[in-house]
Design a protein around this ligand. Sequence first.
Ligand code: SF4
Ligand code: SF4
Length: 376
Amino acid sequence: MPEARPLPTMQYGDFSRMAYERSLRQDRIIKAQLELTYRCNLHCRHCYTDPYNGKEFFPRELTVAEIQGLFGEMHDMGVVWLNLTGGDIFMHPDFFEIYEAAYRKGFLLQLYTNGTLFTRAIIERLKTLPPFTIDISCHSVNEERFDWFTQVPGSYRAFMRGVTLLRESGLPFMLKTKLMDWNKDELGDIRAFTESFGQRFGYTTSLSPRLNGDCTSLAYRIDPQDLRRLEHIDAPGEAEERCAAQEEIVGPDSNRLYRCGCGTNSIHINAWGELGTCTLQYEHRVSLRARSLNDAVTEVFAAVRSRQYHSDSPCRSCDFHRFCEKKPTDARWEQGDAEAPIPYDCDTALVSAENTLGHTLIHPLTAGTVAAVKTP
Ligand code: SF4
Ligand code: SF4
């Protein structure tokens, strides 16, 4: 009999950092996000997937067998973290068959849900094979406003039932908030609610056009001046995700169109089986019904990595790029050109840079190539 040797153990933070650094060195994929379905019981007013939440679209979605095949390919590729999202994952009629297949592959599973569909039966089943974490959207703690935003009466009560069940279960979960124009005055209440679960409060603010190009969801964006005021009071959750390099105003060192993490170590697969580099990158996609995951990653990553600015867009040499959340697909839908600046993103980049650096800067769209010039 070979001698049984225990596996070495390490803190999760050390493991995560090591896996991330190794993925960059070895050019490997370690994170995947899979949209199981566009079905959802809610119709949130800002939702980018909602246009495809209709029964005429459901036959296009990946089958359970196709999803299970993808899990095998992800496993062989070395994926560690797998995020299952929607729509709402619990609207998928075969959710647990899919979930258990993913669990058996050994992925660290992160579930995104609106929290309104939890029942005791679902909780008990999850407890037998616990996920790594469950993220639940919480954009309001006011019944009337919550139901107005989801456009479904009774959704707030269902949400409260869900998070109460989760709290009692001991399963790991996190509340997350998108701060918008309609809920900004609720910030204190949402913070108190989140902290009542022993969680640290944070929020994000970016909104994108819907997947069909409809930009009406952008009407819910928070005003950049409100953001300026709030950022002085609250350190937003997304600030924690910013890399340390975002501390300085400095021009880009290349002409690359994608200056974010797109095309490094993560993949996104939508409910129709189209592979991309992130949730909202729709300039380059390949159908996994026609190609293996490996081939699709090679093709899409090469396309994203090689995209350059060709026009004289201000983004090309913008000194604010490290503070900016502009996504090329958003720019194409909103401005008609993936290279064009998005004025709203310029405004929020300015606010973010000024709050971080503590002094006034010239607006990205009026600064030209001397954006870093500071005013006293
Ligand atoms: S819960 Fe999520 S998927 Fe459902 S409508 Fe709201 S934002 Fe969209
Ligand atoms: S701040 Fe404006 S100009 Fe600069 S990269 Fe962002 S969208 Fe482009």
